[in-house]
Write a protein that binds this ligand. Structure first.
Ligand SMILES: [Zn+2]
Length: 410
């Protein structure tokens, strides 16, 4: 079931829409451009429950153009203590239908795509690849790990949270930009090891707090503003009213996003090569960790295909694209948005202090005409400490051929 007309990019031409979003338009970080970005965004909320409820309401109110809602449950009386998209009259109804109605009440301009199905390892790839950002409001470990693995493969950021009793944790897992769930929690708890909310209880208002944090993180990711919870785990203790963050790091040996990762039985052979692998969003975003990070000369460097790069460049927080060719070649054709640092500067080491390269945690994609010179530059920048650098397979000529044939070639 799909509902709502969706919002085209011209939606803000309407004075009523500008009035609706006036408090956003006042924010310099949002403004008209950001509001249009929200209208064009596709966000998937997994679980229309305690976390999904506030997340859905705020994402709808914010004007996210398309909201996916996945849940196979029906509303039960015990849900109403915290699952605020559902009301007493909804008991016994499908959660996705009830949630879609709630979204329509808040903002009828939002297009809703309902997925009344259980999210499993078999279905997660298909669901996740169709969206820009995923908000995980599910409450069981097999689903969370399946969703994480699918997001790693699709290169989609995952706004994750966990709540129990009075405690919560929130993070944005985003392989290639920071750790994934398995980097930080490598072992999926066995059934029964960790009590569920159904067994141990949860403060209803804590779900509201945490689902709202997830909505804010998803909006930041769509808008490309601020510092998302990438590489940080937010820990909230509602009883003591304490908030802390701890730094978390990508694990090179991670089973999902590390070197030579297989991600269980669901691995796509294309991922390892850093090529598209037939996935809509390109394999694992940058394909960086999957492609392998060389630890010395002669080892293959990580690679990314032009199609995967094109998808990455349309996302919030794209990688820094570096053109390593000399000026005369660049004047013929270049990929829009690239910064320019000659291969000679990588060889001399001068490149590594250039502000355009950011720091060792900055994701980089390097290119030249066909890929040979940028492979050398990629090797050098990785040796200098950059953790997420990939060589663009086929170089600018592949870009012209496969992404934008209107550009000049040589
Ligand atoms: Zn990982």
């Amino acid at each position: 079931m799909d509902t709502g007309p969706g919002q085209g990019p011209d939606e803000l031409a309407d004075a009523t829409a500008r009035t609706r979003y006036a408090r956003h338009l006042l924010l310099p970080e949002v403004g008209m451009a950001g509001q249009r970005r929200l209208a064009a965004a596709r966000v998937l909320v997994l679980g229309a429950g305690g976390l999904g409820s506030p997340a859905l309401l705020y994402l709808a109110a914010a004007g996210v153009g398309t909201l996916g809602i996945a849940d196979d449950d029906v509303v039960e009386l015990t849900n109403l203590q915290r699952q605020i998209v559902h009301g007493t009259g909804d008991v016994g109804r499908s959660k996705v239908e009830s949630a879609a109605e709630a979204v329509a009440r808040v903002n009828p301009g939002v297009r809703v795509e309902t997925h009344p199905e259980r999210v499993t390892a078999a279905t997660a790839d298909r669901l996740v690849a169709a969206y820009d950002v995923v908000v995980d409001g599910t409450d069981n470990f097999p689903t969370r790990y399946a969703v994480n693995d699918a997001c790693v493969r699709a290169g989609v950021p995952l706004v994750w949270a966990s709540v129990l009793r009075f405690d919560a944790q929130v993070a944005v897992w985003w392989a290639g930009h920071g750790p994934c769930l398995r980097c930080v929690f490598p072992h999926e708890p066995a059934a029964g090891d960790v009590p569920s909310c159904a067994e141990a209880g949860v403060l209803g208002a804590l779900c509201g707090t945490v689902g709202s944090v997830q909505a804010a993180e998803a909006l930041k990711l769509v808008l490309g503003i601020g510092e998302p919870l990438v590489g940080r785990l937010l820990i909230h203790d509602a009883l003591r009213a304490r908030w802390d963050t701890v730094a978390v790091q990508a694990d090179p040996s991670c089973a999902a996003c590390g070197l030579g990762a297989g991600v269980g039985a669901g691995v796509d052979a294309g991922v390892g090569a850093g090529v598209d692998g037939g996935r809509a969003h390109g394999a694992g975003g940058l394909g960086v960790r999957e492609g392998g990070i060389p630890d010395g000369g002669g080892e293959p460097v990580a690679t990314v295909s032009v199609r995967a790069l094109a998808a990455e460049l349309r996302r919030p927080h794209p990688p820094v694209l570096v053109d390593v060719r000399p000026g005369p070649e660049r004047s013929i054709v270049s990929i829009p948005g690239a910064v320019t640092i000659d291969l000679a500067d990588f060889r001399s080491g001068e490149a590594f202090s250039r502000p355009e390269l950011g720091g060792p945690g900055t994701p980089l994609v390097l290119y030249c005409k066909t890929g040979a010179r940028s492979e050398e530059a990629t090797r050098l920048v990785v040796a200098a400490g950059w953790r997420y650098a990939a060589n663009l397979t086929g170089g600018v000529l592949a870009w012209v051929r496969e992404v934008d044939p209107s550009l000049a070639t040589y």
